[in-house]
Write a protein that binds this ligand. Structure first.
Ligand code: BGC
Length: 739
């Protein structure tokens, strides 16, 4: 089925529908979930259970094991982590698996176990559709449960403030509202399957270079308005059972021992009832428990097994209070109770969901594809490609094997096994993370299947001359180009590696109908942009990627993805010319003051007056849309409504966005909402968005509150952060909100 038709669409009807397109518009209010249901009962039950544990049994729950090596800890299935249970009281072990892009199988610890590789989180964010994120999350929950896992280490919601960040593909873009909403929906999907999900890495793990020694020095108010707001929204929307603290320091203290972060903000201000588990090797002292850490993960990776003997000694010495130990245990048990882990047998049979899960992966991959350029060639636009071609050249990026996957702990052994693996060599002792792998099936095969009788030529692209020669004789050329990204290192720069820019330029010079298909974890520079006919950003698209790419190339799917990250025109326009600390020897201490502060991504570009190559929120379609009749109401918050019309000839899903551009006389660009709306040709819907007041507010660290200044607010709507044709103003009352 056409993925666009698959999007939940209000009944097609020409003319103006006055019904708010609430179904797909962003809902900014916390939703009901079992994690909140009967909150008082859960706390009481968890406390009772804690009281019935011996001290030794409490310690069993406080400390986790690495479960990726043989011999596995007794009882472990084999995965990233394992925390034994307390069988005497029916408390099951925590079987923890990575992660957001599919159920991983590190080290092939479960021989031969493959799983659906979902598109990367940045691709899911590009759908701007929380329902896609929810379905992905639910798939993860089902596939985890089918293998006996009850904790998914997913929910990456650090901001992509550093576009060269090695894990940006695992995160959900540069805007806190978008990232929070999308990740919250994914977490909800997972937990609806009675599996605990984390959100991670709390907080500001926004680059990989020196991640174990990096100290992010940023004012707490700026953090509250950016990175921490993304977590806050994700937690409200998803109610994750656990929060994973990060490797880096924030304002002098390691995240996993940072009292301000874990106790003051997370547990006090946000009243978070779940538990904090550490990142693997992220604990530095037994006293981290006092700061708010509840569970030491994979303790073998820390300098000492801190939440074992050192913690017992600290309790005996009175430096760590017993009450904090009991609170930590209660929080762990509360999340287990909330997820139903004590009674829920892990049963979902894998076979039943396989076909459905493949369809979910394909739909998600298609929904994340962003059409960046589509020039007219003779009468028609370059895309979709006509099926009347006689000869088509396909080049590059191992498209004869599969689609690019990102590296690191999130890397899934895909259904069908890796199509190709290219070791990249170690730069920091983590060589197992540095493998450029490709997920099947091959885009080349998916393209060929749509062109029976057409002469499809394939070359790997190592010779630009050969590719150009063949392109000159073809009706059209598709150049696949990739950029590998992976955990533990950042990308050196935003240029496509390995001569790919030269390859694209050579093919484009030989054939005007050249389509570039990018498989990247984030933005890249495009020196050849003006010479090519069309550009598609397909990210790391996973097992559904090949079919989704072919669906878009040939028009079976009308692309509707939007950029969740800004694509800069040059790296000189970024706040940092290179990733801070990236050229220092591994483990060197680095302090970073991100110059943009709360204004990550497009906010920085607006503030600095820089024009990006492609702005946040941008994406073209095979149809056209128009916006009209903007109304903005003020008072306690902003309510924005407008009409959206599909003014073209194809069905499609548009994502109009609303931004404030000035708050009480102060300029600055902030996304306040969007609506993913599916429309038939000629159809119009009225969209209504209500702004979460926090995106209109300043965080006042001194008074520990959000403050919405009174005055006139300018609201603009449009199709990206830089194309905002309709403007209106409204007055807001002064308002303080709890932190
Ligand atoms: C990563 C986490 C992951 C953990 C377990 C760490 O290296 O930072 O995201 O969940 O490993 O694999």
């Amino acid at each position: 089925m056409n993925a666009i038709l698959d999007v939940r669409r209000p009944k097609a009807r020409a003319g103006v529908s006055r019904r708010a397109a609430a179904l797909l518009s962003v809902c900014l209010f916390p939703l009901f979930t079992p994690f909140l249901a009967g909150a008082a009962d859960l706390n009481g039950e968890a406390r009772k259970l804690t009281a019935s544990l011996t001290q030794d049994e409490k310690f069993v729950l406080l400390r986790g094991y690495l479960a990726v090596a043989v011999p596995k800890p007794p009882g472990a299935i084999g995965s990233a982590g394992f925390v034994p249970g307390v069988p005497r009281l029916g408390i099951p072990a925590l079987q923890e698996t990575d992660a957001s892009l599919g159920i991983t199988n590190p080290n092939n610890i479960r021989p031969g176990d493959t799983a659906v590789a979902l598109p990367s989180s940045v691709a899911t964010a590009a759908s701007f559709d929380p329902d896609i994120a929810y379905q992905n999350g639910a798939l993860l929950g089902r596939q985890a449960a089918a293998r006996g896992f009850n904790v998914v280490l997913g929910g990456g919601v650090d901001l992509a403030r550093e576009p060269r960040g090695g894990r940006d593909f695992e995160y959900s873009g540069e805007d806190p509202l978008l990232a929070g909403m999308m990740v919250g929906a994914a977490v909800r999907g997972t937990q609806d399957q009675h599996v605990i999900s984390t959100v991670k890495h709390f907080a500001a793990n926004d680059q990989e270079s020196q991640r174990n020694t990096l100290d992010v020095e940023m004012a707490w108010d700026a953090l509250r308005e950016s990175d921490l707001l993304a977590f806050e929204i994700a937690i409200e929307q998803g109610h994750p059972g656990a929060v994973m603290c990060a490797y880096n320091k924030i304002n002098g203290g390691y995240s996993c021992g940072n009292k301000m972060l874990l106790t003051t903000i997370l547990k006090h201000d946000w009243a978070y009832p779940g538990f904090v588990l550490s990142d693997w090797g992220g604990v530095h002292a037994a006293g981290d428990l006092t700061a708010g850490l509840d569970q030491e993960s994979a303790a073998e990776l820390d300098a000492q097994r801190f939440f074992a003997d050192p913690l017992r000694r600290a309790i005996d010495a009175g430096t760590v209070p017993q009450a904090r130990v009991d609170d930590a245990v209660t929080r762990i048990l509360r999340s287990m109770l909330a997820a139903g882990l004590m009674k829920q047998p892990l049963t979902a049979p894998r076979q039943q969901t396989q076909a459905a899960d493949a369809a979910i992966a394909r739909r998600a991959a298609a929904a994340g594809i962003v059409l960046l350029q589509n020039e007219k060639r003779d009468q028609d636009h370059t895309l979709p490609l006509p099926r009347t071609l006689h000869t088509l050249l396909v080049v590059g990026a191992d498209a004869d094997a599969g689609v690019q996957a990102g590296g690191g702990s999130s890397q899934v052994t895909p259904v069908g096994g890796y199509a190709r693996e290219i070791p990249l060599g170690a730069s920091n002792g983590l060589e197992f993370f540095r493998v450029s792998a490709f997920d099947p099936p091959a885009p080349l095969a998916a393209i060929e299947a749509r062109l029976p009788g057409v002469h499809v030529l394939w070359v790997d692209g190592r010779s630009a001359k050969q590719a150009a020669f063949l392109a000159a004789g073809a009706d059209a050329a598709i150049v696949f180009a990739n950029q590998w990204e992976g955990e533990s290192s950042d990308v050196p720069d935003l240029s496509l590696a390995g001569g790919q820019d030269g390859l694209i330029a050579a093919v484009a010079a030989a054939n005007r109908r050249t389509v570039v298909v990018l498989e990247t974890g984030g933005p890249v520079l495009m020196p050849w942009r003006d010479r090519v006919g069309a550009i598609l950003e397909t990210w790391y698209a996973g097992n559904g990627g090949a079919e989704a790419i072919a669906d878009v190339l040939f028009g079976q799917v009308n692309p509707g993805g939007r950029l969740p990250v800004t694509f800069p025109a040059t790296e000189a326009d970024l706040p940092n010319r290179s990733v801070p600390g990236m050229y220092l020897p591994s483990g060197a201490p680095v302090n970073v003051t991100y110059a943009e502060g709360a204004d990550a991504g497009y906010r920085w570009f607006a503030r600095a007056g820089k024009k990006p190559l492609y702005p946040f929120g941008f994406g073209l379609s095979y149809t056209s849309y128009s916006l009209s009749n903007l109304r903005v109401q003020g008072g306690a918050t902003l309510t924005v409504s407008f009409d959206i019309t599909n003014s073209g000839t194809r069905a499609g899903a548009d994502t109009p966005q609303a931004y404030v551009t000035s708050r009480a006389g102060r300029p600055g660009l902030r996304l306040i909402g969007w609506s993913k709306t599916a429309l038939a040709p000629g159809e119009t819907h009225r969209v209504t968005l209500t702004a979460d007041p926090r995106v209109l507010a300043d965080f006042i660290a001194q008074g520990n509150k959000w403050h919405v200044p009174a005055g006139s607010y300018t609201v603009c709507i449009g199709e990206s952060a830089q194309n905002l044709p309709l403007t209106a103003t409204a007055q807001l009352d002064s308002r303080d909100l709890a932190p």
